[in-house]
Unconditional design. Structure first.
Ligand code: ADP
Ligand code: MG
Length: 445
């Protein structure tokens, strides 16, 4: 489908911001400075990491939540609440278990006061179109996941919306089922059989976005904003094995992994100073996962360097699972990410080749050097005569700079790491960090 610059503009978003109140009356800015125009005739993909605000943006467009700042215009009118002509498909199918397929689909029409005989006709059309003919009287529990999501789609399509919003519509499905449904949907779109004028789809699968979309918007995180925009010009049906397609996917990987590594001065161990540098949110990340990844990278066929898309594919991992591992290894200086590749550093290779004791030692040094929060907790424990410190203070410090959930996760990740490295320990009952007699001495060098 050619993107015609003269096509009618359906949706326009200007300088949109969305923030939420946090516990302590400060604000968490989720979306900032989002600008976006959607025209008739295009499928646009929103790509971004988990937590970058994609669902929030979709909810704003669907009129389910207002932006905190900025303007959303739908067909030249200011959007205020759910608009006629916009329908949404959710990731979880959101079907009513006590209603048949047909009744679930007709629900989409109920709000529109459609005459009864027409409702039946429209719902039958939508059900047939999406490949559910014959299942009108079935109940959701009698259907497979893929068929349930087809019902979700039919319910959105039955109103013939101008804009179809889809929030990771295939991510709850297994790979093959998702592929079938995606292919069917693209075919219907290309053959102009879908009763919609434009589609906005949120996904965290780069391949999916490149397979489906005419244009891609790539979100960056914290706060979420559109960092890149790309046109996809491959004709349909698209072939994911095509070298040009692969190259394009690689390019997006590069755009999405390009992050400034967080650098701190390892010689500066002044506590008050380091506390201001402590606010790096850490993902859930076990030692097993990190070491497993390093061992995989070290072994054949990668021998220290792997193409991220290839690695993701061969490990059957999503970008959302793979990138946090790569970024954590990068933060700890065990790997680098560049040009869509992940590369083990010399230190990373040394760790892989070492016995457990040496591994722990390498890991400990990296934590002290690269994670200021760990460094300052340890310094405080060293200073105190009872070698104990409450976690509360550190949690509060973190919460000033990230969501309470992220703070909790960061502390929990840190606890796993320092236990492995035998740097210090955490007592769940008293919620205190403490130094054990066995914990390692840190050599000052
Ligand atoms: P994505 O869909 O890209 O994964 P979301 O839009 O779901 O991201 O969430 C973005 C951020 O906004 C997350 O940090 C999330 O915790 C936060 N968030 C979303 N909804 C709310 C809410 N109702 N209240 C507070 N924070 C929220
Ligand atoms: Mg989401």
């Amino acid at each position: 489908m050619k993107l015609n610059e003269n096509q009618e503009t359906l949706l326009q978003i200007k300088n949109c911001q969305k923030s939420y109140k946090k516990d302590n009356s400060s604000e968490l800015v989720v979306l900032d400075n989002v600008n976006l125009t959607l025209k008739k005739g295009e499928i646009v993909g929103l790509l971004g990491r988990s937590g970058s605000g994609k669902s929030t943006l979709l909810r704003i467009i669907a009129g389910l939540t207002p932006p905190s700042k900025g303007k959303v215009t739908w067909k030249n009118q200011l959007l205020s609440g759910p608009a006629k002509g916009i329908a949404m498909v959710f990731q979880s199918f959101a079907l009513f278990p006590w209603l048949t397929v047909q009744d679930n689909v007709q629900l989409g029409l109920e709000a529109k006061n459609t005459p009864h005989d027409q409702m039946e006709k429209l719902s039958e059309e939508a059900i047939d179109l999406i490949g559910l003919g014959g299942y009108e009287k079935a109940y959701p529990k009698e259907l497979s996941g893929g068929m349930r999501q087809r019902v979700g789609l039919a319910r959105a399509l039955v109103v013939h919306p101008d804009l179809l919003l889809m929030d990771e519509p295939f991510s709850a499905l297994d790979v093959l089922t998702a592929e079938n449904l995606r292919t069917d949907l693209i075919e219907l779109w290309v053959e102009k059989k879908l009763p919609v004028k434009s589609i906005l789809i949120v996904t965290h699968s780069i391949e999916e976005a490149v397979l489906m979309c005419d244009r891609l918007l790539i979100f960056s995180t914290n706060p979420g904003t559109i960092a890149h925009e790309l046109k996809v010009t491959f004709p349909h049906p698209r072939n994911r094995e095509d070298p040009a397609f692969r190259q394009f996917v690689d390019r997006i990987y590069i755009l999405m992994t390009h992050r400034n590594p967080i650098k701190v001065d390892p010689n500066n161990i002044d506590i008050e100073q380091t506390l201001t540098n402590n606010y790096v949110a850490l993902p859930k990340m076990s030692m097993n996962l990190m070491i497993g990844m390093m061992e995989t990278l070290y072994a054949e066929p990668y021998c220290g360097r792997a193409d991220l898309p290839q690695l993701a594919k061969s490990l059957q991992m999503e970008l959302d699972d793979l990138l946090p591992i790569g970024e954590t290894l990068q933060l700890l200086e065990f790997a680098d990410m560049a040009e869509g590749d992940i590369i083990l550093t010399e230190l990373g290779k040394k760790l892989v080749n070492s016995e457990l004791d040496v591994r722990k030692d390498i890991f400990m040094k990296s934590l002290i050097k690269n994670i200021p929060l760990i460094r300052s907790i340890r310094s405080i424990l060293d200073e105190r005569t009872n070698h104990r410190a409450s976690a509360e203070r550190f949690r509060d410090e973190l919460t000033d700079n990230m969501s309470p959930n992220a703070a909790r996760q960061t502390l929990s990740t840190i606890i796993g790491w320092v236990r492995y490295a035998e740097l210090f320990d955490f007592d769940e009952e008293s919620e205190q960090f403490f130094l054990d007699e066995d914990d390692k001495k840190i050599e000052k060098d």
